[in-house]
Design a protein around this ligand. Structure first.
Ligand code: ADP
Length: 463
């Protein structure tokens, strides 16, 4: 059974969020059980010197021919294919620039999908594992061409659906017969994600709780009814993390590596981090947040609560980029308080040093399909404080002795958030319990191993 795993981003080649981490970690574990390779776009900002040119081929979309150059990279036993194509590869970023989403994203990812369906056919692929809207049209193309390839489609975040004007149909050469409520029509627009929900053989999402939530009006982003209609195909499989990349015992980025038996070194990382930051007093509990600055992540709740939060004897460090409005407010608070530092940007290395230095990680997300930060944090002995939603609810527990342990608040409001922080401070004071929680979490398995077996079962059910 040959599997091709398709994603618009794969760490370390291109990453904007958790999808890249998943596209890195999951196939590596699956490789122990099935023959699997991966495919992603070759973006303009990527250096292709390290890749091998494989071949060129032509695809046709909306009556126009596009030349595809296929590159590969063999890294250990993992083969990754890179698709270089007009428009798709011409951009400096993945999906957007400071002015917003690229206007031709429909065509860019339409070309990607057609090129990768062609690749799947050339490679004799049995299962094509698609991820998020960028790959969603593959399911339609396979259905339209009556190909034998089976498709599994994973929804990493339902909030991003790939919605475009009706004229996309012509640009992409999609027959109008698919522009219906049962197909990819969505309030007179074209919705890529709907195509995958309608035409994939199986649909998964990244946690069991999110699989239930997306069937409700509150979390369904307008697709709850459509998903309910295809409910039989839908399951939730909890994400894991790459425990080799995120391993405090071997992490070369850290000034001091450590495990649960050498926690003293964690506190050396903390002291080093505080020294390099504008924060003072390394004895204060260090709360951190690493997130895209978007509403989903509860940045507005943080901003709302920040004054009261900073009145407590804590330090707070936030790493993130995104909405200009949020950045401006956070920068202002950072200037006004000596116990809060906001670092604007995307910085992989800094994120590792933060996970290692922190006592608590804040995740007050409005919704969270799975979330990886909380698992990375626990692996680094940092206790997560999370809103009980989606994957956060499935991976962090306050009351029961289950991997992992953290602080969980039920309602996403200021009162409950601040009360959760209070519980964290109380826990920090109970030194023995605090240490035991850290040690317990560091011994948990947050890898993709258990979930990979569920994906394997799914593939086998289709083969
Ligand atoms: P999402 O995909 O919704 O952004 P996830 O929790 O699934 O959220 O994954 C986020 C990933 O991106 C984690 O690996 C996290 O450490 C990383 N990350 C998020 N923001 C930044 C940033 N500003 N700098 C470095 N890493 C970041």
């Amino acid at each position: 059974m040959k599997v091709l795993f398709a994603s618009s981003e794969i760490f370390p080649y291109a990453k904007s969020g958790g999808l890249a981490d998943v596209a890195d970690a999951l196939p590596h574990i699956l490789q122990e059980y099935v023959e699997i390779s991966r495919v992603m776009p070759l973006y303009g900002f990527m250096d292709k010197d390290g890749f091998d040119y494989e071949k060129s081929y032509k695809i046709s979309l909306g009556g126009i021919d596009y030349k595809i150059n296929l590159y590969t990279k063999q890294s250990g036993s993992m083969r990754t294919y890179f698709i270089e194509a007009p428009l798709l590869s011409a951009t400096k970023n993945l999906y957007c620039d400071k002015d917003g989403d690229y206007a031709n994203n429909d065509l860019r990812f339409g070309i990607f999908c057609m090129a990768l369906v062609e690749l799947a056919s050339m490679l004799n692929i049995a299962i094509l594992h698609l991820n998020d809207w960028h790959t969603a049209l593959c399911a339609l193309f396979i259905h339209e061409r009556k190909m034998k390839i089976k498709t599994v489609f994973t929804i990493h975040n339902l909030a991003y659906q790939g919605i475009f004007g009706k004229n996309s149909l012509e640009r992409l050469g999609i027959d109008k017969k698919y522009f219906t409520m049962d197909g990819l029509e969505f309030y007179e627009k074209v919705n890529f994600l709907k195509a995958a929900i309608a035409y994939s053989d199986r649909i998964t999402t990244v946690s069991p709780s999110y699989a239930k939530e997306i069937l409700t009006k509150e979390f369904g982003c307008g697709l709850e009814g459509f998903l309910a209609h295809h409910k039989k195909k839908l399951t939730g499989v909890l994400n894991g993390i790459n425990d080799t990349v995120f391993d405090p015992a071997k992490d070369a980025i850290l000034p001091f590596t450590y495990d649960e038996k050498t926690l003293d070194n964690k506190y050396k990382n903390k002291a080093d981090f505080i020294k390099r930051s504008k924060l003072k007093d390394p004895r204060r509990p260090l709360f951190v947040m690493i997130a895209r600055l978007v509403e989903q992540k509860g940045i507005d709740l943080l901003i709302d609560s920040i004054k009261m939060l900073l009145e407590k004897k804590i330090n707070l460090f936030l790493l993130g980029e995104g909405s200009a409005e949020f950045s401006k407010k956070l920068a202002r608070f950072s200037n006004e308080h000596d116990n809060f530092e906001f670092f604007e940007g995307y910085d992989e290395e800094l994120s590792h040093r933060i996970y290692a230095a922190a006592d608590f990680l804040l995740m007050p997300s409005k919704f969270e399909p799975c979330g990886l930060n909380q698992m990375i944090a626990m692996r680094y002995g940092t206790i997560p404080i999370v809103h009980a939603v989606g994957g956060l609810k499935d991976s962090v527990h306050e009351d029961k002795k289950a991997c992992g342990e953290g602080i969980v608040f039920k309602k996403q409001n200021k009162k409950e958030f601040l009360s959760a922080v209070e519980r964290a401070l109380k826990l920090k004071k109970e030194a023995k319990k605090f240490k035991a929680t850290i040690e317990f979490n560091m011994g948990c398995d947050f890898s993709f191993r258990p979930s990979a077996l569920e994906y394997l079962r799914l593939y086998k059910s289709l083969a």
